[in-house]
Design a protein around this ligand. Structure first.
Ligand code: GLN
Length: 392
């Protein structure tokens, strides 16, 4: 019998997020692995979703999103970044940003196309590129400062390059791409006539510097598909509401794929999203204030415990070097030292993510681990207490 799994997906196994959350449950560990808040989203958003269910919004939404949500998404980009998108033709609501990435890649790529992507990368990127029939060309963000070599980026572009898949603020590194870095990317995109898929789901979680949507750079508005979602900003990762905004021809390509992937996204939750996007400015200020407190607390504690780190500029992840913590590793076998470290730490009560799974060459990610700090302060305090006991 032929193996059940397709060749495109051979080697992908089970995603690390599922694996670590399962392992955390098995060992009763505090889950600082999978990035989901252990607190609830805001009441005004939940109430709007509940009201929509009660009001009978129970049938398929418009394939491209309910008109009220498309209008709010369009207004958000105009207000926040001076980017104009026609709500009906240039905004597409998807089932989370992960679907938006998949729909975009499938909408724009032909077999044999190449997609440039920085590594470490969020794991669905590589799988989605392969499922779209394309091939990834990776460029390294070097541990520990997560800078990239401009020459390596330039060398990754060529006649087969269809797109670059960019993520800023960046998961898992916490890097916020600077204007000069984005300008180089933009110049290459224009020179090679390449599209940019820009995953900006952490756009409101920036502690240092500023979030610059690459679509605002010269020459980029017409070639960028900007993606974002409700999950991170409104602490509702389980709602799976995302979107893609792009000029009409690119939006049409995204929609051609989206209509056959999920067709439409949960109607009542789209009504909840309308309320989310109407949040007062104070909502975002409180969000970043609370996340800064969590970031500073965890970074200070991890440094004290012997991890080496730079506090992340954005996102709710911190990458922490484990070179001084060799005694925790179950064995020192190459090349999986971050994996053995994470398994051992989970057994001892705190689950974290081994970043080597976010690289094509796993050896590049073995020197550090990723902590998620989208957790209540009391959860973080309990995790630090456990770490003090097992590492101290
Ligand atoms: N984006 C989140 C993370 O990086 C969770 C992803 C997932 O569970 N698939 O941890």
């Amino acid at each position: 019998m032929r193996p059940p799994l397709s060749r495109r997906l051979a080697g992908f196994g089970t995603t690390i997020f599922t694996e670590m959350t399962r392992l955390a449950q098995e060992h009763g560990a505090i889950n600082l692995a999978q990035g989901f808040p252990d607190f609830d989203g805001p009441d005004h958003v939940k109430d709007a979703g509940i009201a929509a269910i009660r009001a009978g919004h129970g049938q398929y939404a418009r394939m491209t999103g309910i008109p009220a949500l498309n209008a709010e998404i369009s207004a958000k980009y105009s207000r926040g970044y001076g980017l104009e998108f026609d709500p009906d033709r240039e905004v597409t609501v998807t089932s989370g940003c992960t679907e938006a990435i998949f729909a975009t890649l499938n909408g724009i790529c032909d077999v044999g196309d190449e997609v440039v992507v920085f590594q470490p990368f969020y794991d669905s990127y590589r799988a989605s590129i392969f499922m779209a029939g394309a091939t990834p060309r990776v460029v390294n963000l070097r541990w520990p400062d997560f800078q990239f070599d401009p020459a390596a980026l330039t060398a990754a572009f060529g006649p087969r390059t269809r797109a670059i898949l960019l993520n800023s603020p960046h998961n898992p590194t916490g890097k916020v791409f600077r204007r000069d870095e984005l300008e180089l990317i933009a110049r290459l995109c224009v020179a090679f006539d390449v599209l940019c898929i820009s995953d900006e789901v952490y756009e409101h979680l920036v502690f240092e510097g500023e979030h610059i949507p690459i679509a605002t750079l010269p020459g980029m508005a017409e070639r960028t598909i900007t993606l974002s979602s409700l999950g991170k900003t409104w602490s509702l990762t389980g709602w799976k509401i995302g979107w893609a905004v792009a000029p009409a021809p690119l939006s049409a390509a995204v929609r051609t794929a989206h209509q056959f992937i999920t067709f439409a996204t949960a109607t009542p939750l789209q009504w909840g999203a309308v309320a989310a996007l109407r949040s007062e400015p104070s909502y975002y200020q409180t969000l970043i204030h609370d996340y800064r407190e969590r970031r500073d607390y965890l970074c200070e504690a991890l440094t004290r415990l012997g991890f080496s780190l730079r506090p992340p500029e954005g996102t709710y992840f911190v990458c922490a070097g484990i070179e001084r913590l060799a005694h925790v590793r179950a064995d020192a076998e190459e090349p999986a030292s971050d994996i053995t470290f994470c398994r051992e730490l989970t057994r001892r009560g705190v689950a974290v993510i081994p970043p080597s799974v976010f690289y094509e060459d796993a050896r590049l990610g073995r020197d550090y681990v990723r902590f998620a700090f989208c957790k209540r302060m009391e959860t973080l305090r309990a995790a630090v207490e456990r770490l003090e006991r097992v590492l101290g």
